[in-house]
Ligand binder design. Sequence first.
Ligand SMILES: C[S@@+](CC[C@H](N)C(=O)[O-])C[C@H]1O[C@@H](n2cnc3c(N)ncnc32)[C@H](O)[C@@H]1O
Length: 195
Amino acid sequence: LNESAIYKPTDWLAPLDWREVFGNDRPVEIDLGCGKGGFLLWSADARPDHNFLGVERQLVRLHKVDKKIRRAGLTNARLLRVEASYFVGKLVTDHSVAAYHILFPDPWPKRRHAKHRLFQAAFVDELRRTLTPGGAVNVATDDADYFAHIQKVMAGKFAENAPEILPAEAMTEFEKIFVAAGKTIGRARFIGNKS
Ligand SMILES: C[S@@+](CC[C@H](N)C(=O)[O-])C[C@H]1O[C@@H](n2cnc3c(N)ncnc32)[C@H](O)[C@@H]1O
């Protein structure tokens, strides 16, 4: 592909139109903090019937993932450089996302840094607002304290289910490192409660 997969909104204050981003109306899944893109690339290749958007704030990483998407010729993967909670809160319309994947989000283990964590009550409300009925939030983390925190802020708003079982090729770059180090990984698939 000659064209970059990095989407550049004309208006950074208005919700995105998925048809404009992807050129079709297939279900949209979002990888928040896609990092080096291993999961995004595997997903886009394995599920051509869905669209995948990788959200990442580090520009260097984003450019590397862009190259991989173009090399692989994937037409159902796009990238957006933006902060994840701003993205979900301001750039996503109601009930328009089939799934979020939040894989190994920065754990911010020090108490005084907890405010930097992605999972906060307001963020969880925005996940609910933007998911389609039955939509899922897939989460994985190697940090036991953060996993307990995530379960706590999701409780009442989402039902916790067993994680999706995926092949080894779907592992993210961070996951490979943690699995090789023998770390225990907290995983869950959260489905929104009916309100
Ligand atoms: C620990 S890495 C995990 C990357 C990838 N999901 C994986 O599992 O290999 C966290 C990634 O999320 C990005 N990130 C962290 N906080 C973010 C935020 N608030 N908005 C957007 N990206 C964020 C970081 O730049 C980094 O690439």
